[in-house]
Design a protein around this ligand. Structure first.
Ligand SMILES: [Fe+2]
Length: 152
């Protein structure tokens, strides 16, 4: 996408830390092998705010705390926690959001087997511009489909 190395480093750090707020969610909910109740899902959603609170006082040269807070926001405003839309979501968070969706759909979860990279990319493609940033989603599809980027 043309970002310099320093920007990429910030994305890498944010990619590692964006879900750190899950330490505030009871682990029996995180590993529950079944559909969550509304109350349980509400608790899971709080990991964005927990993560923000954990990271906001760390002196990063990148907006890591904001990325943690915004990585479940979606372009059309349907995400959480704030329902931000489009440019209200930082570019970094729009990128991490896509990486997060692809990684979590492709990987095994306690409540389902991994769906595979093709299903994950189809999700991104079918919601490009609606849920996912056009430039970031296009780069993601290019990376996996044309450049053979491995999901490890
Ligand atoms: Fe998350």
């Amino acid at each position: 996408m043309g970002f310099d190395e320093r920007y990429q480093e910030g994305l890498h750090i944010a990619g590692l830390l964006h879900d750190i707020g899950k330490i505030g969610v009871p682990s029996e909910i995180l590993v529950k092998p079944a559909r969550l109740s509304a109350g349980e899902y509400a608790l899971v959603k709080e990991h964005t705010e927990f993560g923000y609170q954990v990271l906001r006082n760390v002196d990063f040269p990148w907006p890591v705390a904001d990325i943690a807070r915004q990585h479940h926001e979606r372009i059309d405003g349907s995400g959480y926690p704030l329902g931000l839309k489009g440019d209200q979501i930082t570019m970094e968070a729009r990128i991490v959001a896509i990486a997060d969706v692809v990684e979590s759909m492709a990987s095994h979860r306690p409540y389902r087997p991994g769906l595979g990279i093709d299903v994950a990319l189809a999700e991104i493609e079918s919601n490009i511009g609606k849920l996912y940033d056009i430039d970031a989603a296009s780069a993601c599809l290019r990376l996996f489909r044309d450049k053979g980027y491995p999901l490890t």
